[in-house]
Design a protein around this ligand. Structure first.
Ligand code: ATP
Length: 359
């Protein structure tokens, strides 16, 4: 599926989606992620045919499908609200779309039984939705999309109504289904953990525009700008203000009272910023505590979160607030002064005006 210059203006003339270009390969699991109101649902609804496209072209199987009805698109959709028929039992909920498509009765029965087995719903086919748990309802909604053997699956925040543990198990189920079915899936969420764990590719959106599209690992390793850098990753990347200079032909970074020579593959690009301010990005797991005074950043601990396998501490430093992720339990206390170290190799540099990564 190819989205070229897809734009959506609502009646009040507000631009919900702004010139979106995306290419989704067959069998790919693409996650659209971004903050509330960035245009994810509108994009999904345009793909489904539920929302008219204002501008641009939507191509599927080499055909422009802008004007094709939702039914003709053969799309399976799963919503946050399940959208099950309350008066029909599970079997009838699954049968509804197949009957409409005039699937012969024996085939229909086989398809329903097979899908029910796949999702562990075989014992629940006679139940009405009100007699099911939230997790079971969402499995029925998934089954209803699968049973129709659609060309493409669209998910709109399907896990938001589930509690934390069900969210994790249903997430795994969706991942397993993708591996089993090898179908193209497009999944909308504002939850970056869902995006990282489910997506073969992630498209990060902000204010109707695409900020970056890549594999989860590449987005994490090389965020294109400060928005993506702080949106992907929990806790988010630290962004600090520093300055660049050059000494003996080698660029250095001045941060707080110290400077660090930068001699990796970023050095050449960084040299162009001689005498300028830059934004420095450091992932919380790339910071460590050290005892060497005056060698690193000095911070005062403001909060400590013990999370079992890791501890997240929040420090004030003279160049900004810093989050540090430590692997083990430790005996730090609020108010402690700590020396914070990092490896220059792990730093990201962003242009302080454009906020774009200086690759
Ligand atoms: P959320 O995560 O909160 O669901 P989203 O990223 O899915 O947000 P959309 O629902 O696509 O965002 O909304 C994008 C923008 O379009 C928002 O500013 C929203 O207010 C606006 N919008 C959405 N639907 C309509 C509508 N029917 N009429 C007018 N404006 C709309």
């Amino acid at each position: 599926m190819i989205l070229s210059g897809i734009t959506k203006k609502y009646n009040d003339n507000s631009l919900a989606v702004d010139n979106l270009n995306l290419e989704i390969e067959k069998g790919e699991f693409l996650v659209l992620v971004g903050p509330s109101g960035c245009g994810k649902t509108t994009t999904l609804r345009m793909i489904a045919g539920l929302e008219k496209i204002t501008d641009g072209t939507l191509v599927f199987n080499n055909e422009i499908i802008n004007e094709m009805s939702p039914g003709e698109r053969k799309i399976g959709m799963v919503f946050q609200s399940y959208a099950l028929y309350p008066h029909k039992n599970v079997y009838e909920n699954l049968a509804f779309g197949l009957r409409k498509a005039k699937v012969p009765k024996d085939d229909m029965n086989e398809m329903i039984q097979q899908t029910a087995r796949m999702l562990g719903l075989d014992g629940l086919l006679k139940r009405k939705p009100k007699h099911l748990s939230g997790g079971q309802r969402q499995r029925v909604a998934l089954a209803r999309a699968i049973v129709k053997q659609p060309n493409i699956f669209l998910f709109d925040e399907p896990l938001s109504n589930l509690d934390a543990s069900l969210r994790v198990s249903t997430r795994k189920e969706i991942s397993k289904l993708h591996q089993q079915l090898q179908s193209t899936m497009i999944y909308v969420t504002h939850d970056q953990v869902e995006a990282m764990t489910l997506g073969t590719k992630i498209a990060v959106m902000n204010k109707g525009k695409l900020e970056q599209i890549d594999t989860p690992a590449n987005i994490y390793k090389n965020p294109r700008n400060t928005f993506v850098a702080s949106f992907i990753g929990t806790p988010p990347m630290n962004l600090l203000n520093g300055n660049v200079g050059i000494k003996d032909n080698v660029p250095f970074l001045a941060l707080s009272k110290r400077s660090w020579r930068v001699q990796n593959d970023k050095a050449e690009k960084l040299s162009e910023y001689d005498g300028q301010a830059v934004i420095i990005g450091i992932r919380p797991e790339d910071l460590f505590l050290t005892t060497e005074e005056n060698e690193h950043l000095t911070g005062i601990i403001e909060t400590i979160e013990y999370l079992g396998s890791e501890t997240v501490i929040f420090c004030k430093t003279d160049v900004g607030d810093v989050l540090i992720r430590l692997e083990r339990y430790n005996h730090l206390k609020i108010g402690d002064t700590v020396q914070i170290g990092f490896n220059v190799e792990k730093l990201h540099f962003f242009d302080s005006m454009k906020e774009e990564n200086i690759f």
